[in-house]
Design a protein around this ligand. Structure first.
Ligand SMILES: [Zn+2]
Ligand SMILES: [Zn+2]
Length: 219
């Protein structure tokens, strides 16, 4: 039997290197429990949403990239190490922040996703587009580069930009994970249409940017 020694995932190596370069004893002690908690919220929400949207999907037999990317999401939360979770943010302020995040995500995701459809970047996005008929379990079946650039960093950076505290971050991570799964859990939704017609529907949610720029395709 021949064994092929596969090189480690380049993205994982680069992200691990960044982690080791940036963490210090102080911030890692302070933020590790918070990062771990946010990562668990993301992973648990993913599996619950997959089950809720498509209970016939076997969550133990999803494409291996899905499990890989769920693990990678934890490292993608690295920028939060630099973020001070302010403890006394009023609840209303956190709720407004989450709503703003949800609105801005359409803009940010549209830009990053549309870039992934251009020239050299499409090779990172091609894997996700092998699915013409989507189901909830393939929401994160993507290359590592795409997962970090499209799925993780926009969510993390928006949360930081909107100044969310810990409660806001937890809510925002749950909402965005639900959004990703739901976008693939219904073949009649706008993102499912993007898998069939890749020149349309680059955004998320109600796809306001697509509607403004003429790339919206109603199912
Ligand atoms: Zn998709
Ligand atoms: Zn696409």
């Amino acid at each position: 039997m021949h064994y092929v020694l596969k090189p480690p995932c380049t993205t994982c190596v680069v992200v691990c290197y960044c982690v080791l370069r940036t963490i210090s004893e102080n911030n890692i002690k302070m933020f590790t429990p918070l990062l771990l908690c946010l990562w668990l919220v993301h992973v648990v929400t993913f599996f619950i949403c997959v089950y809720l949207f498509q209970s016939n999907v076997n969550i133990t037999q999803l494409p291996k990239n899905v499990y890989h990317n769920l693990a990678l999401s934890g490292l993608g939360g690295l920028p939060l190490v630099f973020f001070v979770f302010r403890p006394n943010i009023p609840l209303w302020r956190e709720l407004v922040g989450v709503i703003v995040c949800a609105g801005l995500e359409d803009v940010l995701f549209y830009i990053v996703h549309r870039l992934m459809h251009t020239g050299a970047l499409y090779r990172f996005h091609r894997h996700h587009h092998k699915w013409q008929n989507v189901h909830a379990g393939i929401a994160f079946d993507a290359s590592s580069v795409e997962h970090i650039l499209c799925n993780v960093l926009p969510v993390v950076l928006l949360g930081m930009f909107c100044g969310l505290g810990f409660r806001g971050m937890v809510s925002w991570f749950m909402l965005s994970t639900w959004g990703s799964v739901s976008a693939h859990g219904d073949v009649t939704c706008n993102h499912a249409e993007h898998h069939r017609r890749p020149s349309y529907n680059y955004g998320t949610g109600v796809m306001i940017v697509d509607r403004l720029l003429g790339t919206f395709y109603k199912n």
